[in-house]
Ligand binder design. Structure first.
Ligand code: DAH
Length: 347
């Protein structure tokens, strides 16, 4: 073969190689291309191998130089093709994984305490700051704790089956209708002085309407010491009302009757919605009934045994839902029990 023929052959391999390279659009194809045109087994190398057989030194030199130039050129073009393809893939990858920070996020609504739980915690915390310890009692009770020990006669209307849920466990076992039961349980367990509150569920067999629900919550308070006065009771309740409603509201005490207190009183507070001018919430009275209270009846102290002889005390009881309804202007007790997130979510 003449040197002219060899150089023509080399040029045609170069042309073929560059055309093939322009079609390589994956890294695998590029690798194959390298094997075909630049490896030791390539056509290109076959020609170079045969160079030795050419006797003429000048021809060897010219062809050798041409071969090296073409090889360098192919290598350079190959490197460029690799760089371009890598950049293209990287770009595609970035596009695929790109995050659009302007898209609206997915919002999660974290859970929180039910409004009633929040209010119970708030009440407990206020009484704790007044020195009351929080205690708990069972919801399934006996006639003794719910009525007898609290000086409620056998013929008292509250014992009527319409009010109280009796169980099938035994004729004297019932769902407590008031948290006053915890007064007795606490005094039986602890010697005086005693200063407790108990917050919990009570049950009454009542028709459901905007004001009544068969389950509701009460707060019971009891303070027993050697000389407890009615003035201390009033002071305590006034402190509580101001803290709970987060403003100073006047209270007034009206004589009332409860079998377990003597004297007994009903406590009203100024209507926070109209400042005693009269509005729909307070039925145009200007005052709202809030709770019952009184001085612990001597029979109750007698029922819990010798330890309490010679002591005196005050007690009070109130409905949690009622307090919450007044504080937040809620007109229907059923909202607390419907599990409607539109209501619950507001607290
Ligand atoms: N237990 C009463 C009720 O359910 C509320 C009550 C009134 C509790 C006066 C008391 C009290 O401790 O002294 O209606």
């Amino acid at each position: 073969m003449t040197d002219q023929e060899i150089s023509t052959q080399l040029q045609s391999i170069k042309k073929e190689a560059l055309t093939a390279l322009s079609h390589c659009d994956t890294l695998d194809l590029l690798e194959n291309w390298k094997q075909a045109y630049l490896s030791r087994k390539s056509k290109f190398n076959d020609i170079l191998k045969n160079l030795g057989k050419i006797g003429d030194v000048d021809t060897k030199k010219t062809i050798g130089e041409l071969a090296n130039t073409i090889k360098d050129e192919l290598l350079k073009t190959f490197d460029e093709a690799c760089t371009t393809l890598n950049a293209k893939f990287l770009n595609e990858q970035i596009q695929k994984e790109a995050i659009d920070v302007s898209l609206p996020g997915i919002s999660y609504k974290p859970g929180h305490y039910h409004p009633l739980s929040q209010i119970c915690q708030n009440i407990a915390q206020i009484f704790s700051s007044l020195g009351f310890e929080q205690v708990f009692g069972p919801e399934v009770e006996t006639n003794y704790y719910n009525f007898d020990a609290l000086n409620i006669d056998a013929d008292h209307p509250a014992r009527d089956e319409q009010d109280t849920f009796y169980t099938s466990i035994a004729p004297h076992v019932l769902l407590r209708s008031q948290t006053s039961t915890v007064q007795i349980r606490s005094m039986e367990k602890t010697r005086p002085p005693l200063k407790i509150i108990s917050i919990g569920r009570v049950y009454r067999n009542e028709e459901i309407n905007a004001r009544k629900y068969p389950i509701f919550h009460q707060v019971e308070g009891l303070y027993v010491n050697s000389k407890v006065s009615f003035g201390q009771l009033k002071w305590t309740l006034q402190k509580f009302i101001n803290a709970f409603f987060e403003r100073d509201l006047k209270i007034r005490l009206r004589p009332d009757f409860f079998p377990f207190t003597e004297p007994s009183a009903e406590v009203d507070c100024e209507c926070p919605f109209c400042d005693t001018k009269g509005c729909k919430t307070c039925g145009h009275k200007g005052w709202l009934e809030i709770l019952g209270c009184g001085m612990v009846h001597p029979n109750v102290l007698k029922n819990v045994g010798e330890n309490y002889q010679g002591y005196s005390g005050f007690a009070f009881g109130m409905g949690v839902e009622r307090l919450a309804m007044i504080k937040y202007g809620i007109y229907d007790i059923r909202y607390f029990y419907n599990n409607d997130l539109r209501f619950i979510g507001q607290f």
